[in-house]
Ligand binder design. Structure first.
Ligand SMILES: NC(=O)c1ccc[n+]([C@@H]2O[C@H](COP(=O)([O-])OP(=O)(O)OC[C@H]3O[C@@H](n4cnc5c(N)ncnc54)[C@H](O)[C@@H]3O)[C@@H](O)[C@H]2O)c1
Length: 104
């Protein structure tokens, strides 16, 4: 099972981080994006990549970071949104008790 991750931002970099996390044996349990279709596409890709025994009900889809961060079962968030949102979302994630990874 490894670390239970949530990915915030399902664009190009979100996909890169999602693939890297799965390849490293971690589990992406949820994806959030203000564009729900983008979140859905990445969640569907993750459902293909992750063994079902790791995530019986599939990767969750949220249309806001706050909903993902409210999930106590998530250990850490990877913030993959444009730079102008980094500070606000990283602080919100840490206040929710998550470890945070973000890249400029
Ligand atoms: N380290 C690197 O080499 C590197 C390279 C490229 C990008 N980045 C970082 O990744 C960021 C994203 O790049 P990208 O190419 O994936 O961009 P992108 O436009 O493909 O994806 C960004 C996604 O974030 C979503 N989003 C925007 N604001 C949001 C919010 N407040 N809450 C939830 N979702 C939100 C958008 O809907 C979009 O799907 C960059 O701004 C930069 O910070 C790092």
């Amino acid at each position: 099972m490894g670390i239970r991750l949530g990915i915030i931002g399902a664009g190009g970099i979100g996909q890169v981080h999602a693939k890297a996390a799965v390849a490293a044996g971690q589990t992406v349990v949820a994806v959030a994006d203000v564009n729900r279709e983008a979140a859905g596409r990445l969640a569907a890709m993750l459902d293909e990549m992750q063994p079902q025994e790791r995530l019986a009900h599939g990767c969750l889809i949220h249309d806001s970071a706050s909903l993902l961060l409210a999930d106590d079962s998530i250990d850490a968030a990877i913030v993959c949104v444009p730079n102008r949102w980094h500070r606000e979302l990283a602080i919100e994630a840490m206040q929710a008790g998550k470890d945070v990874l973000l890249e400029l």
